[in-house]
Design a protein around this ligand. Structure first.
Ligand code: FES
Length: 187
């Protein structure tokens, strides 16, 4: 009888210990979850919001773009064309009677003083938003030697101004600034 009582007591103590352990562990786990829940919003607040990311500027190394070449990059999730115009393309753009253009702008107004050879535009047709051809090697440049949008046939000239087709305005020139001769900041 005494042996049985001892055994029952042991079992009871064992069980008690296990229950207390479980209660302690559960409490710690709950506290841990609470700490995570408290920390997460703080960390999350430190991340830039989607709005801030969308406004962020980019810096592009243009040193490898030779005269007559273009590159495509992206900014704010939109394609950007960066073109290093040849002397002929600049002359062609400057020979145009601006008053006859649908969206009258000179090349100088669309580029940076002293860097008129760098034509930086969005690669987004102003008609319905297709990406025009002409920035990649071998792509058709349209009737005016700039860009061509095959969606509905918009032709842009060497200053990326609309010359023919349904697009209402020139390819947009984003805000940009040359940080050096080889680096341009867009945005
Ligand atoms: S979207 Fe470019 S011509 Fe229509």
């Amino acid at each position: 009888m005494a042996t049985v009582e001892t055994a029952e007591t042991a079992v009871a103590e064992d069980g008690g210990v296990r229950r207390r352990d479980f209660i302690n562990i559960a409490a710690v786990s709950f506290a841990g979850a609470g700490a995570v829940a408290t920390v997460f919003p703080l960390v999350n607040q430190m991340n830039p919001s989607a709005d801030v990311l969308a406004l962020a500027s980019i810096e592009v190394d243009i040193s490898a773009i030779e005269t007559g070449q273009s590159i495509k990059t992206s900014w704010r999730k939109q394609p950007i064309f960066i073109r290093n115009l040849t002397a002929e393309e600049i002359a062609e753009a400057n020979a145009v009677n601006v008053s006859e253009l649908r969206d009258p702008q000179t090349l100088a107004e669309r580029t940076t003083a002293g860097k008129e050879n760098w034509l930086i535009t969005l690669g987004v047709c102003t008609h319905l938003g297709c990406v025009p051809l002409g920035a990649a090697q071998g792509e058709i440049k349209g009737e005016f030697g700039g860009y061509f949008c095959p969606c509905h046939g918009s032709h842009y000239d060497t200053a990326a101004r609309i010359r023919k087709g349904p697009a209402p305005t020139n390819l947009e020139v984003p805000l940009h600034e040359f940080l050096s001769d080889t680096v341009v900041k867009i945005g």
